[in-house]
Design a protein around this ligand. Structure first.
Ligand code: URA
Ligand code: URA
Length: 225
């Protein structure tokens, strides 16, 4: 427990530093008192793009589903597109597949609030049909920018669309999964989509192995600083 006097002293010290123009305090790897310009960049970006009308999905959506979680997370999960519940709530992975994703994250001893979750498409395809190539092409720059701002240490691509889009690959998810790939210089592990696991529970074991690998990379990369 810090004493009141020690806290006052620290406060004076930080105020002095601030007056001297110091905008970041680095304790460990990431700034704890971050420059607001950098800290708010993802939120500003969300505001900037949430009115998007680049494709027709903007006409049928209820909400633009930007993403959710820690803007400075070291682990990012990328799914396919919002479904019914996500469209209504404006948050990714809050329906049945989302509940399973929450359990998967907890299985590797993390909480949803410690990671970042988003999708390839920010708007729901009507009737949950597959994303169309043109929709992916128009929406992908948003994901690219999000990942540039978050700078995660590891990405888990959930399902065919996320894996194939991020890796620029046409290889089936069953072949891509379980191995370390790269998205630029960031390690990426594809696995099955949680909605696919609801239909094929037999794939759960492989998924659990894949996310253990994601956790291992996360720990290694964080230890390396
Ligand atoms: N499936 C996805 O791919 N993303 C969501 O946000 C919800 C379901
Ligand atoms: N189809 C998908 O979209 N994802 C999977 O993980 C498997 C099949």
């Amino acid at each position: 427990m810090a004493s009141t006097a020690a806290i006052s002293q620290l406060r004076r010290y930080f105020l002095q530093e601030q007056e001297l123009g110091v905008s970041e305090l680095v304790l460990g790897r990431k700034p704890v008192i971050a420059n607001p310009g950098r800290n708010g960049a993802l939120a500003r970006y969300q505001k900037q793009i949430s009115g998007c009308t680049k494709c027709p999905l903007s006409k049928t959506r209820t909400n633009f589903v930007f993403g959710d979680g820690d803007p400075r997370a070291d682990m990012v999960f990328v799914g396919e597109a919002p479904g019914h519940e996500e469209d209504l709530q404006g948050k990714p992975f809050v329906g049945a597949a989302g509940q399973l994703l929450t359990k998967i994250i907890e299985a590797i001893k993390l909480d949803r609030s410690q990671v970042y979750i988003c999708n390839i498409l920010k708007c729901r395809p009507p009737g949950n049909r597959n994303p169309e190539p043109r929709e992916i092409e128009l929406c992908e720059p948003y994901l690219i920018r999000q990942l540039e701002l978050i700078k995660p240490k590891v990405i888990c691509a959930l399902g065919t669309f996320a894996a194939q889009t991020l890796l620029k690959s046409a290889t089936p998810i069953s072949k891509l999964r379980g191995q370390v790939h790269y998205y630029h210089d960031i390690k990426l592990v594809p696995t099955f989509h949680p909605a696919a696991l609801l239909r094929n529970p037999a794939w759960k074991r492989q998924t659990w192995e894949d996310v253990q690998l994601v956790r291992k990379i996360y720990d290694q990369e964080r230890a390396d600083g």
